[in-house]
Design a protein around this ligand. Structure first.
Ligand SMILES: Nc1ncnc2c1ncn2[C@@H]1O[C@H](COP(=O)(O)OP(=O)(O)OP(=O)(O)O)[C@@H](O)[C@H]1O
Ligand SMILES: [Mg+2]
Length: 360
């Protein structure tokens, strides 16, 4: 099996007067584990359906391996699709389920069986070939569905929230499994999810979508360290937000007048004095201070402490909202109460022009 690249060129998808996907340009590399991440209704499945051929874009082109796909139905494209609610045939054995697509392609029975056994070994299901799907766990069933999709040797495997029906433990286990299957086959994976943890742990790159618009396409590391929009900053991981107006610029940094005083951060948007702006700083870059001051230091009121075992989240009230400090749990916070000083360095803070935040 070999992966192929997928390109969307100026693609737009309208349903009547409603635009589900605004003009989008996107290249997914051959053999990449690529995720599309965004809240419900933002257009993720619509993009997948345009790639798989269940719908054609209202405008623009879809290319796979450099070949134009517009007008070709799903059976004519080098893609396979795995839905959230997989439909295995309960009366067939697992290997027959896996081989299902091969019969239609005229592959002889002995060959189908060999191929199905091979694929079941690939997804870690040796010994389950002659059982039926209802003798398997949820995660095992999901792997049968993956083997079945791989049986037709797709260059691109499209996965629409395939783990959402599984419980948390199994979901986490299947993340590693999926990544491993992708590595072993070299097939291009396009994985849809609204779970950022899922996207971050598995993907080479992620496209973050909001309301029909791809806001940022980036590596996992860049997405976390350098979010480009207020929405991405608050949808991917936690971020503290302080709002205000820019009062000064100093080589690459902006000073924002907030309810907590003047806060300095990296002027990412090249905003100018007078612009309404937001300062973003990660909870693990925000510190509870004991005397020493950082570039940005201010007083807050302690609210509560949420233990996460090895880590602890400390919640503080600011003059306008709240701030989280994420620290290792070394037992140092037990007596915390009343006023506290917190702070962060300007190089850990990003200033952006004000925009819409994620509400999740
Ligand atoms: N066939 C259709 N006709 C009309 N509107 C549609 C159609 N398909 C999708 N939409 C609308 O387009 C928008 C995007 O839908 P889509 O299924 O792509 O969202 P999604 O990001 O996959 O959401 P979810 O996470 O809930 O699955 C939604 O507002 C949806 O109601
Ligand atoms: Mg969907």
């Amino acid at each position: 099996m070999r992966g192929k690249d997928v390109r969307l060129e100026d693609v737009v998808m309208r349903f009547g007067s409603f635009t589900a996907v605004q003009q989008t340009n996107l290249t997914i590399e051959a053999g990449e584990f690529f995720s599309i991440l965004g809240p419900s209704g933002c257009g993720k499945t619509t993009i997948l359906r345009m790639v798989s051929g269940f719908i054609d874009p209202s405008e623009g082109r879809v290319l796979i391996g450099g070949e134009q796909m517009n007008g070709l139905g799903p059976a004519k494209r080098p893609t396979a699709l795995i839905f959230q609610n997989l439909a295995l045939f309960p009366l067939m054995t697992n290997w027959e389920n896996v081989a299902f697509g091969l019969e239609a392609r005229g592959v002889a029975k002995a060959k189908r069986r060999d191929r199905a056994y091979e694929l079941m070994a690939l997804v870690g299901l040796q010994g389950h070939e002659e059982k039926t799907p209802n003798e398997l766990s949820g995660g095992q069933k999901q792997r049968v569905a993956i083997a079945r999709a791989l049986a037709v040797e797709p260059a691109v495997l499209l996965l629409d929230e395939p783990l959402s029906a599984l419980d948390l433990k199994l979901r986490q286990y299947m993340r590693a499994e999926l990544k491993e299957i992708q590595r072993k086959t070299g097939v291009t994976f396009i994985f849809i999810t609204h779970d950022q943890g899922e996207a971050l742990t598995m993907s080479d790159r992620i496209a973050v979508m909001k309301a029909g618009v791809v806001e940022q396409v980036d590596t996992v590391d860049n997405l976390y360290a350098h979010p480009r929009t207020p929405f991405v900053a608050t949808f991917v991981g936690e971020n503290n937000v302080l709002e205000g107006k820019i009062s000064d610029l100093q080589d690459g940094y902006a000073v924002v007048e907030t309810q907590q005083g003047a806060i300095r951060g990296i002027n990412q948007d090249k905003a100018t004095v007078g612009d309404k702006a937001m300062v973003f700083v990660r909870p693990e870059r925000t510190k509870l201070l004991n005397g020493a001051a950082l570039d940005n230091t201010f007083d807050v009121d302690f609210e509560r402490r949420d233990l996460e075992g090895a880590f602890v989240n400390l919640f503080f009230k600011t003059n306008t909202g709240s701030i989280i400090v994420h620290e290792a749990n070394l037992g140092q916070h037990k007596e915390l109460e009343g006023r506290a000083k917190i702070g962060f360095n300007a190089s850990d803070a990003i200033v952006m022009r004000s925009g819409e935040l994620s509400d999740e």
